[in-house]
Design a protein around this ligand. Structure first.
Ligand SMILES: Nc1ncnc2c1ncn2[C@@H]1O[C@H](COP(=O)(O)OP(=O)(O)OP(=O)(O)O)[C@@H](O)[C@H]1O
Length: 253
């Protein structure tokens, strides 16, 4: 059974700016203690501060919070893109992330070569590779473009290939950022249908979204981040009425 444990996690990013003195004055007012300074006077934004939680199989978690709360940082940390500055992160299970279609893709290789590369990385048995290749090509509708280097693709073509590729292999843990749900209408219809299927099959889902409809439809737990801190963690019926400032029966009819 997959699980995720996050304990006292801190993530921060160095800030580079020409006029650090002025930046210090202005940002300290607005970022309410979210900036820190090391002994060399280097300034850091504390993106996540002392975050702890555990997620077990069967949980479908909605990550919520206002802009800049730390949702994307948390997803990227769980998918291995960022290293914790301090704290622990333990993950058991195979992760697929729908965070950025180009992550893990080599722009110099063709679409087809990238499909095979991903299969090798994910340890897909050789027999299954052709099947996955066909599945991705059919979903992405790239036609002859599949044999051109990915660097020549438009952003929509990249999205189709990336999405088709990531969702071709059933994930145990699925991490999703909301922007993945933006594409042209034809793509969105296909993508939503496929997502609903893999959401049903994946054992853990974590999705960052501002959409109450998605949270209500897909999630059985909500983690609310604010200013890098974990503000509330509970079932949607408890957390969403507080977050959205709406009565529970108006949200869950
Ligand atoms: N690579 C980076 N370099 C510097 N600061 C960063 C970086 N990534 C995130 N931050 C800062 O960390 C904080 C959290 O950002 P994050 O993108 O995780 O928020 P979010 O909750 O996903 O926001 P949104 O809903 O707007 O997408 C912000 O203050 C942001 O400026």
């Amino acid at each position: 059974m997959p699980y995720i444990t996050v304990k006292n996690l801190y993530i921060s990013f160095p800030l580079y700016h020409e006029n650090m003195r002025n930046l210090r004055k202005v940002t300290n007012i607005f970022l309410s203690g979210r900036l820190s300074e090391d002994k060399h006077k280097k300034i850091y934004v504390q993106s996540l501060r002392d975050i702890s939680f555990s997620i077990k199989g069967g949980e479908r978690v909605g990550l919520i919070g206002t802009n800049g709360a730390g949702k994307t940082t948390l997803l990227r940390t769980m998918s291995g893109i960022y290293e914790p500055v301090s704290g622990h992160l333990r993950i058991e299970g195979h992760i697929s992330s729908l965070l950025d279609p180009s992550v893990g893709m080599n722009p110099e290789l063709t679409g087809r070569e990238n499909i095979r590369l991903r299969c090798y990385i994910d340890g897909v048995p050789h027999k299954q590779m052709n099947e996955i290749e066909e599945k991705v090509i059919e979903f992405s509708e790239l036609g002859p473009y599949i044999d051109l280097p990915v660097k020549t693709y438009s952003s929509g073509m990249n999205l189709r290939l990336g999405f088709g590729l990531i969702t071709a292999i059933d994930p145990q843990i699925l991490l999703m950022d909301e922007w993945f749900m933006t594409g042209d209408e034809g793509f969105m219809l296909k993508a939503t249908h496929r997502l609903e299927n893999i959401v049903k099959k994946s054992q853990i889902l974590i999705i960052s979204t501002h959409s109450p409809q998605i949270l209500i439809k897909w999630c059985n737990r909500i983690i609310w981040l604010e200013q890098g801190f974990l503000k509330m963690d509970g079932i949607p019926q408890e957390v969403l009425p507080v977050y959205l400032n709406k009565p529970v029966d108006e949200l869950f009819r």
